[in-house]
Ligand binder design. Structure first.
Ligand SMILES: C[S@@+](CC[C@H](N)C(=O)[O-])C[C@H]1O[C@@H](n2cnc3c(N)ncnc32)[C@H](O)[C@@H]1O
Length: 278
């Protein structure tokens, strides 16, 4: 039986390696930097950011797109990674605002701090901590954002409760995350595919219900980016490439995983969840 700390340790080590080595996180599914291009950031946004922040971004959406974050507000980013959304938020809140990133992986924290410093954003602070136990005061932030992180948590209800705790009354949520419908049990048990943002994902309805149980209001999905068969097969192929053994074995595993992936077409997407703390 895996404890929650066990699960987090695997995730931490996988993301630490992802930034240290020249590979992407999610099971090598995408080459570094490609995640940012497919996640919904505009060309202008990407061009304006330090290259390292874009290359080390592992999100599945753009939680700040179309959000009306205002100058002077406080934005909290859960699982801020190498800092791509911290930098975009810093621009929106300006020098009178505040942006707080929370992450548990030292390598990510270090990169996010460096990116904020290089960009001259004094309003960005990156804290080491867990999203299940936020090192953030009650009712202190205007926005909670997050990008492809909560699927990785083994204790999602704790995360949802923490979001409600730290938001000011009237505060808003904008979370991009992977959802998977009708996940088979064998897939959910794969620790390898957990860090790849697959095995820990829940359905859209479960996500919405979790946010509502935490006491948040106006919980809804404002955007969906559905993954096509080609993208799912690509993910399967890259997973097979990480299997140890002779080439023929990787080819057989690749073919099997490819057939399995085809069965998931239309059941996997990146959803943007929005909500309000009333
Ligand atoms: C898929 S990456 C996304 C990073 C960033 N949001 C982005 O868009 O590039 C997941 C990040 O969440 C962090 N993370 C995962 N689970 C966490 C937890 N329980 N507490 C704190 N950070 C966590 C990882 O260390 C990693 O930096």
């Amino acid at each position: 039986m895996k404890t929650s700390e066990h699960v987090r340790e695997r995730v931490r080590s996988s993301y630490g390696a992802a930034v240290r080595e020249s590979k992407s996180c999610c099971g090598d599914a995408v080459p570094k930097g490609v995640a940012a291009q497919t996640a919904g950031y505009s060309r202008e946004e990407l061009a304006s950011l330090p290259e390292a922040a874009v290359l080390n971004s592992f999100g599945c959406g753009n939680p700040l797109a179309f959000s009306d974050v205002e100058p002077g507000q406080t934005v909290l980013d859960l699982g801020s990674g190498a800092g791509i959304d911290l930098l975009l938020a810093a621009r929106q809140v300006g020098p009178t605002g505040k942006v707080i990133g929370i992450d548990m992986t030292d390598e990510m924290i270090e990169r996010a701090r460096r990116a904020a410093e290089e960009s001259g954003y004094d309003q960005v602070e990156v804290r080491k901590g867990l999203i299940e136990e936020l090192p953030v005061a009650d009712a202190s932030v205007d926005w909670v954002i997050s990008n492809c992180v909560i699927n990785l948590s083994p204790e999602k209800d704790r995360v949802f409760a923490e979001i409600a705790r730290v938001l000011k009354p009237g505060g808003r949520v904008s979370i991009s995350d992977i959802v998977i419908e009708r996940m088979p049990g064998w897939l959910r048990r794969s620790s390898r595919l957990h860090s790849a943002c697959v095995a820990g994902a829940i359905s859209e309805a479960e996500y919405l219900a979790g946010l509502e149980r935490a006491g948040l209001a106006e919980v809804t999905v404002s955007e969906r980016l559905v993954y096509g068969g080609g993208q799912l097969r690509e993910l399967a192929r890259s997973e097979a490439g990480t299997v140890r053994g002779p080439r023929w074995l990787r080819r057989v595993v690749g073919a099997l995983l490819g057939r399995l992936a085809a069965g998931f077409e239309g059941r996997v997407w990146s959803a943007k969840f929005v909500a309000l703390r009333s």
